[in-house]
Write a protein of this length. Sequence first.
Length: 73
Amino acid sequence: MTRYLYIALIVIFAGIVLLFKIQNMESVTVSLFSMSVTLPTSVLVLLVYVLGMFTGGFVLGLLRTWTNKATMR
């Protein structure tokens, strides 16, 4: 029973992501210093999300390491 629930949730989530992708095809230009890149809005949102996951994980790992080293003394 739970297996079918998980499959249904995955299908619904994939449908929402696909709908978001279809509805956000307008291009956005992002500039940093002298560089600029033009991407569809949905791709830009996905890249920012992935970058946030990586940097957030790095910060949490760094804070955990600092906390462990501080409590060892």
